[in-house]
Write a protein that binds this ligand. Structure first.
Ligand code: FAD
Ligand code: NAP
Length: 339
């Protein structure tokens, strides 16, 4: 296949915030050779290459003076199956949730808690996607990436990736690695993780005491659909801020003033605060300024009611950050990738 290079393309359909900025050049890459062709063309036109997947973790604040390449490679294959442990490989452009559903249909356990996350397989390692107590790293078996500096392919194992809470080597080095395919170690017998948030309670209400992975996936889809805005109806990029990790002593100081503070123990004696609680407690839930707003059901999600620009959304985020810092002495870090 040969790349279909287009000029001056609106990126509105390619980011879930629905922000209307333009890309100087745009193409979809269906395989490795098209990715390499995109790199060559970017060089030829003297612009950088920016890779995107589903655009569900992006905030586009201005026209993108680059060749934007959208990963559209498809393919899922089972590499090994010993009757229990199953090694699965998926191409970067595979949409994430249908991939999860495919794995469940094969009778494989592991990805059910990561149901209904938008985006692509190739972007999932970038921020080590996580939900309901499971992170991508828990199922990760390896990936193949193109080193944009040397043009060589490199295989990464778990220890190479510096996975952390919503973070990875690939997020730290955004212009170096272009992920082509990802491998997952799934199982036919692993136990399910139900004790996070309202999952077990939801299953109980449905009369399900011994759930299958599909039951868990369906329960999580239902919970998420009730609480999170559907990007097809209301522009958003999911959680806009990471949950802050702070010292236990600082958390106790905040709790003295706010006894209902929501926090969880984290690694190294730190405490994880629910950023959504901080924002809600500060009165931002449901706030709207023009078309930029804070979702009325989940304060961690910024929304675009129609024509908000990336700058307007970023300004709102900065006002929230400043207010949270003033009230609680806590810094909120933006989660989406700002272009
Ligand atoms: P994009 O937004 O297109 O890109 C994200 C970043 O990855 C960019 O920096 C891009 O340059 C880079 N990138 C994309 N593809 C590649 C590639 N092949 N190689 C190298 N770099 C690449 N996230 C969670 O962790 N947990 C959740 O529960 C969750 N829920 C969400 C719910 C909603 C409603 C929304 C809108 C978002 C949610 N997200 C969640 C955020 C988002 O869906 C994930 O981060 C997802 O993995 C982003 O995938 P994408 O393909 O859309 O990436
Ligand atoms: P929630 O269930 O209302 O919980 C609020 C916060 O408390 C979450 O941020 C979660 O942290 C934390 N939490 C809840 N139970 C916990 C436990 N047992 N141990 C440790 N921490 C706990 O959250 P929600 O907004 O509806 O989201 C549900 C899940 O989907 C969460 O895991 C969330 O991360 C994920 N999600 C992520 C995005 C995104 O864009 N990144 C968007 C929507 C949902 P964690 O966030 O660390 O899990």
């Amino acid at each position: 296949m040969s790349l279909n290079l287009q000029s001056d393309v609106s990126l509105r359909p390619y980011n879930t915030f629905g922000v209307d900025v333009r890309a100087r050049l745009f193409a979809e890459a269906h395989d490795e050779s098209e990715v390499r062709e995109a790199l060559r063309l970017a060089l030829q036109h003297g612009v950088p290459l920016r890779v995107i997947g589903g655009g569900s973790n992006l905030l586009l604040t201005r026209n993108v003076e680059a060749l934007v390449v959208r990963m559209a490679s498809r393919g899922i294959r089972i590499l090994e199956d010993d009757g229990d442990r199953v090694l699965v490989e998926a191409e970067a452009g595979e949409p994430w949730h249908p991939f999860v559903q495919w794995s469940l249909a094969q009778g494989l356990v592991g990805l059910e808690n990561l149901s209904l996350i938008p985006g692509t397989v190739g972007a999932a390692p970038i921020q080590n996607i996580g939900a309901y107590g499971v992170e991508l790293k828990d199922l990760f078996a390896g990936l193949t990436a193109l080193d944009r500096q040397s043009g060589e392919l490199r295989d990464f194992c778990l220890d190479d990736c510096s996975f952390a809470y919503r973070d990875s080597l690939f997020k730290q080095q955004p212009d170096r690695w272009l992920i082509l395919r990802v491998r997952f170690a799934l199982s036919r017998t692993a136990s399910l993780l139900l004790d996070y948030g309202p999952v077990r309670q939801r299953l109980h209400e449905q009369g399900i005491e011994v759930p299958t992975p599909q039951d868990v996936s369906q329960a999580i889809c239902a919970i998420r659909s009730e609480k999170l805005p559907d990007p097809a109806k209301l522009g958003n990029a999911g959680s806009f801020f990471k949950n802050p990790l702070i010292a236990a002593t600082q958390a106790e100081g905040i709790r003295a003033e706010y006894p209902d503070l929501v926090s969880y123990p984290a690694a190294d004696g730190q405490v994880k605060l629910a950023a959504g609680w901080l924002i809600e407690r500060a009165g931002w839930k449901g706030y709207r300024d023009g078309d930029a707003g804070v979702h009325r059901l989940q304060a961690l999600v910024l929304v675009n009611y129609g024509r908000a620009s990336g700058e307007e959304l970023l300004n709102l985020a900065r006002r929230i950050q400043a207010d949270i810092h003033e009230r609680f002495g806590v810094s909120l870090e933006i989660e989406p990738n700002v272009f």
